[in-house]
Design a protein around this ligand. Structure first.
Ligand code: ASN
Ligand code: ZN
Length: 357
């Protein structure tokens, strides 16, 4: 990674200060809609382009520009190969779950956004970095209200959900695919503190991908699953809002299941990106607390994301715990921005604010 030096002005409580810091040569561009010749009517994200492949008499839901990623209909079975989605006119779904293609549209779109996000932000070639597109299966089982990454096939399975809310929104797709990224890099074990970091990584990269997508219907937010589980969405600014996730680290964390144990790490990411206290972003209100009552300023989402990704892919190991994640992110920030950069101090301050270090 090369470094450039830039001068920026920051304003803190009316005081303008100019400081010099190193910025990475590659900033994260915000998203363009994925390209593709097909048109999909999604449930969660409006009308979206889809990458499809012509075949005799129609089209297959196989994206030639993204490693051949494809979507299968699981036919509401719990086993069996399923069938590849095909269509005669290249216009897919009707925005309601009654149409079998609609879930496939949301998943194919979210998977394309994630592919494009990984490439633009990290120069990464697909979930596992091998250029191979993900196979996804929708309509798995009956009323299954969840989605799962499966390491053995490097594929994702989605249920139909309940009450007409299919668990196929942009953030859920991004969350599952990030599990594939984690298992092909840090390999964080799915229990104890490393399990919490594994889950936090999926929420963090799903959030960054949702902002990248810049979708007008499902706008970027620091909430996970809000379109599908409005009462149980996970928050990054205030994890305890879900009633199960702690805002801050304690010794008890290692005994919690991974989704709850992710609380302090996703809170760290929010504080690093946006800072503490009240804030409104894309119409959503946040109010992030700190364990030490410190008032933090954020370094911006793009830098926070680069720091987390580098920490994950270069410095974390299967058994990395919260203290190890602190070290990994400090190393990553130092490598990206230089040892005396304010970003490094902000990383330390954000960990302290969630009671780590
Ligand atoms: N949707 C869940 C997740 O990826 C499935 C699970 O509990 N592992 O976190
Ligand atoms: Zn997960």
């Amino acid at each position: 990674m090369t470094h450039r030096t830039g001068r920026i002005a920051t304003t803190l409580i009316g005081l303008a200060a100019t400081l010099t810091l190193a910025t990475p040569a590659t900033a994260t561009p915000t998203g363009a809609a994925p390209t593709g010749a097909g048109t999909g009517h999604s449930q969660h994200s409006g009308t979206v382009p889809l990458g499809t492949t012509p075949t005799t008499g129609g089209f297959r839901l196989v994206d030639p520009d993204r490693g051949g990623q494809r979507v299968l209909d699981g036919l509401n079975q719990t086993s069996g190969p399923g069938t590849l989605f095909t269509d005669t006119d290249n216009t897919w779904g009707n925005s309601t779950p009654a149409h079998r293609q609609t879930a496939a549209v949301d998943v194919h779109y979210g998977t394309a956004v994630t592919w494009d996000f990984y490439r633009a932000a990290f120069g990464r070639n697909g979930v596992r970095g091998d250029g191979v597109g993900t196979t996804s299966r929708v309509h798995h089982g009956t009323n299954l209200n969840n989605a799962y990454w499966n390491d053995s096939c490097a594929c994702v399975t989605y249920g139909d959900g309940t009450g007409g809310r299919t668990p196929t929104s942009l953030d859920i797709v991004g969350h599952e695919l990030a599990h594939g990224l984690t298992s092909s890099t840090a390999g964080l074990l799915y229990s104890g503190e490393s399990g919490g970091l594994n889950e936090a990584t999926s929420d963090i990269l799903a959030t960054a991908g949702e902002f990248f997508a810049d979708n007008k219907i499902d706008v970027g937010d620091y909430l996970l699953g809000e379109r599908v589980w409005p009462d149980q969405a996970r928050r990054l600014d205030r994890p305890s809002a879900d009633g199960v996730s702690p805002d801050h680290w304690s010794r008890d964390l290692a005994n919690l299941p991974p989704h709850a144990a992710s609380g302090p790490a996703r809170h760290f990411y929010y504080l690093l990106a946006e800072g503490s206290g009240p804030k409104v972003i894309n119409g959503v209100s946040y109010d992030s607390p700190t364990h030490d009552n410190s008032k933090l300023l954020g370094i911006g989402r793009d830098k926070a994301t680069q720091i987390w990704y580098r920490a994950l892919t270069v410095h974390m190991r299967p058994t990395t715990n919260y203290a190890g994640a602190r070290t990994a992110t400090l190393k990553a920030a130092t490598e990206l921005y230089g040892p005396t950069a304010p970003e490094v101090a902000r990383v330390a301050a954000a960990w302290k604010a969630v009671n780590v270090g």
